[in-house]
Ligand binder design. Sequence first.
Ligand SMILES: NC(=O)C1=CN([C@@H]2O[C@H](COP(=O)(O)OP(=O)(O)OC[C@H]3O[C@@H](n4cnc5c(N)ncnc54)[C@H](OP(=O)(O)O)[C@@H]3O)[C@@H](O)[C@H]2O)C=CC1
Ligand SMILES: CC(C)CCC[C@@H](C)[C@H]1CC[C@H]2[C@@H]3C(=O)C=C4C[C@@H](O)CC[C@]4(C)[C@H]3CC[C@]12C
Length: 293
Amino acid sequence: MGRLQKILIPFLGLVLAFWFYSARENFKPEMLKGKRVIVTGASTGIGEQMAYHLARMGSHILITARTEAKLQKVVERCLELGAASARYVSGTMEDMAFAEHVVKEAEASLGGLDMLILNHVGTSYFGYFDGDVGHVRKLLEINFLSYVAMTVSALPMLKESEGSIVVVSSMAGKVGFPFTVPYSATKFALDGFFSSLRQEFSIQSVNVSITLLLFDQGDHGPSIHPHPRVLPCPSPPSATASPPSPLPLFLQPCHSTSNTHSGLWGILLKNSLRTQFFPMLHKTSCHVLAGMY
Ligand SMILES: NC(=O)C1=CN([C@@H]2O[C@H](COP(=O)(O)OP(=O)(O)OC[C@H]3O[C@@H](n4cnc5c(N)ncnc54)[C@H](OP(=O)(O)O)[C@@H]3O)[C@@H](O)[C@H]2O)C=CC1
Ligand SMILES: CC(C)CCC[C@@H](C)[C@H]1CC[C@H]2[C@@H]3C(=O)C=C4C[C@@H](O)CC[C@]4(C)[C@H]3CC[C@]12C
């Protein structure tokens, strides 16, 4: 019995790991050609790099952040790199009306939306929690509530295009690290909201994928490592699975397709197992190649 357990349990573990980690390799850069994408927080850092990769793949790009001068430069570079079109809207995500305005702008100028990449993040500090409730509130507005506001505004367009929502989160939104209390709180909030919403989309057969990206190292600023690495990200089971790409820093489209054969409990159990208990193992329906860390 003891020997059986010693062999059977690791074997079962391996089978489960293989199941959770298996994905079809069918991504092609052309999949993003002509797609209409919003990237927030794209004046610098990760958002800026995402915009450039989307540009190389020929997407229509709408970027946003506060600093107009930087956005102008990013738009110019996107056009040089081959974007189908590139434009910006500047403003602060402290203002929910602005968050909604960005989505309306995409509707007016692009006639719809295929992918909403929520990436912006307000400035916080790295140190012991200082008890400043005002800072926590402000950071929640920028890092969380504006994400919700943009999602709500964009949903009708994303449902129509069967598009994707990509939420840039962090390991600090999964595990409580010291010295990042306000920041971590906002990232946990994102996980709660979007993971729960994803389950509802599965139940309702809404064909809009939700992907949470976790970057696991702090290296603030635009210094992007040249060598890409695949990061698994939790997303619902998908018939149109989107596996890793050989391209650097790229977000793949994926869809939370209906699970007609599994039934409600099957969906809930499978999704919860995958996204809650095996967040770092799961790469069934969506992957990100992040050209950093
Ligand atoms: N860098 C890291 O180590 C890690 C980053 N992440 C996540 O990746 C994402 C991007 O991070 P990173 O590239 O480092 O961030 P940066 O600080 O480099 O960029 C943040 C972006 O958000 C914009 N922004 C800041 N405040 C506001 C605001 N009030 N309204 C609108 N836009 C705003 C900034 O532009 P502007 O100032 O012009 O408004 C900028 O474009 C974030 O979600 C972050 O949490 C996750 C793990 C690690
Ligand atoms: C597998 C684990 C051992 C990895 C531990 C990684 C830890 C150290 C990583 C995970 C998430 C990282 C924080 C993050 O996401 C974003 C920011 C915002 C930026 O303005 C300042 C740095 C900061 C706070 C990062 C600091 C380092 C953190 C805590």
